[in-house]
Design a protein around this ligand. Structure first.
Ligand SMILES: O=C(O)c1ccccc1NCC(=O)[C@H](O)[C@H](O)COP(=O)(O)O
Length: 260
């Protein structure tokens, strides 16, 4: 079993507990009372490099990264620096996140918010929408083709933008076949945790021009930003470098400038 499989196994256990406490009907009632979601795509398609900044306390690859006692304050700093969207890791066991973090971030900023988790069921998408998310991550490696197409359809029904994440050429093909118009290439292999910044560069040519391309993971410096921007990234997704930075607002600003 690889790391991704282990994470998903834990996610399914936690998910069953939440489902026992709150029914889909209850989530649907909450969602019915919400305003429409925010569309991140215009900002992602605009001139220059866009950035999705991540609220990430810890990770399987690096262990503890930052305490982040107040995700809302960090998110406000990201937004002030020019973030086009904010990613909130809501997985508890390995990343120390919760859906409450997403609720707090949603209340603090106006930019779109991404639920970054290991989504394998409709229920998690309803939870994401009920918590105030505008985007949801779908990881090709943890889904069958049928599941991926189905979950992308549920995203559309709920007004969520699906960020479909791939790490190999085959996964990029599967993401496109499922109809994704926002594709992330993760430089991190989620089974082995190895990071290769050049994975984005290798795969980006497989993605057609009308699809928005996101370079994810392992972007630590402005030089790294320049590498993926020159390779054709429309958007970068950055966690570690920002949560560990003494001035996240300035770091976001500098990363955007490095890619433009
Ligand atoms: O970050 C990990 O170690 C990790 C391990 C297994 C599954 C997912 C993992 N991370 C999720 C992410 O995709 C990253 O948080 C995101 O791309 C930002 O990466 P980074 O800038 O390297 O923190």
């Amino acid at each position: 079993m690889g790391v991704l499989d282990e994470i998903v196994a834990g996610v399914r256990v936690d998910l069953a507990e939440r489902q026992a406490r709150r029914s889909l009907d209850e989530l649907a009632a909450t969602v019915a009372g919400l305003p429409p979601t925010r569309d991140p795509m215009p900002a992602f398609r605009a001139q220059g490099l866009a950035i999705i900044t991540e609220v990430k306390r810890s990770s399987p690859s690096k262990g503890a990264l930052a305490d982040i006692p107040d995700p809302a304050t960090l998110a406000a700093q990201y937004a002030a620096g020019g973030a086009s969207a904010i990613s909130v890791l809501t997985e508890r066991r390995r990343f120390g996140g919760t859906l409450d973090d997403l609720v707090a971030v949603r209340a603090a900023v106006d930019v779109p918010v991404l639920r970054k988790d290991f989504i394998v069921t409709d229920y998690q998408l309803w939870e994401a929408r009920a918590a105030g998310a505008d985007l949801a991550l779908l990881i090709v490696a943890s889904l069958t083709d049928a599941e991926l197409a189905h979950l992308l359809g549920v995203c559309r029904t709920l007004g969520l933008t699906g960020l479909v994440e791939a790490h190999t050429a085959d996964e990029v093909r599967r993401a496109l076949d499922a109809g994704a118009d926002l594709v992330g290439v993760n430089n991190r292999d989620l089974q082995t945790l190895e990071v290769d910044l050049h994975q984005f560069e290798r795969l980006v040519g497989l993605i057609p021009s009308h699809v928005v391309k996101v370079a994810e993971s392992g972007i630590l410096t402005t030089a790294d930003v320049a590498v993926v921007a020159q390779a054709g990234a429309d958007v970068i997704l950055v966690g570690e470098a920002l949560v560990k930075h003494r001035d996240p607002r300035q770091a976001v600003h500098d990363f955007i400038a490095a890619g433009s």
